[in-house]
Design a protein around this ligand. Structure first.
Ligand SMILES: [Mg+2]
Length: 182
């Protein structure tokens, strides 16, 4: 059995939201990046945790999951954010660009229909801060249909925590044939 995909969101996961005072976590380092299509004199400020790259690399090296960016940063995840985290070049899900004003135009995460088609019947661990109850229902239905599906949902004001990656490794290990037979 192939390892599950590990789908990685960025905003609210690696890049926590500012608090009500506009402050970002003291644990994170600020960087300026210039996304594709943007002028070099108009950079975007991001803040990233210096340990996240190492923690995620440790998970990737186990071979238990196949990491793929799944974010509205699209290719910029690979070219801008990944290198700042010290990650190898990871592929990305080529998400559509719907004209929407909410993350949940149909009551569930806007990425989900595209991801569902992209995954086909593959197992997955998906880290995103923006799932709704309907997304958790979808995950339960996929799992019940023999496609192990784990949604990991950080608090967007805190972002990714070490225990989230522990959940990822556990799910990956459970998807191994030996673990399933045990
Ligand atoms: Mg997000």
């Amino acid at each position: 059995m192939r390892p599950p995909y590990l789908l990685l969101d960025i905003d609210g996961v690696f890049l926590p939201f500012p608090d009500e005072h506009g402050s970002t976590p003291a644990t994170h380092a600020r960087h300026d990046v210039v996304p594709a299509g943007r002028s070099a004199d108009d950079p975007v400020t991001v803040w990233l945790h210096p340990d996240h790259g190492r923690l995620l690399t440790d998970v990737i090296r186990t071979g238990l999951v196949t990491p793929v960016w799944c974010t509205s940063w699209r290719q910029d995840a690979t070219t801008l954010i990944g290198p700042l985290l010290g990650l190898p070049d990871l592929p990305h899900v080529d998400l559509p660009r719907p004209q929407i004003t909410t993350s949940h135009p149909n009551g569930y995460l806007w990425k989900r229909d595209h991801v569902d088609a992209w995954l086909a019947d593959a197992p997955v661990v998906w880290i995103d801060d923006d799932f709704t109850g309907l997304d958790h229902d979808w995950a339960a239905e996929r799992t019940a249909s023999g496609m192990p599906t784990l949604l990991v949902q950080p608090d967007p004001h805190l972002g990714l925590q070490p225990e989230h990656l522990t959940q990822v490794s556990r799910h990956g290990a459970r998807s191994l044939p030996t673990a399933r037979a045990a």
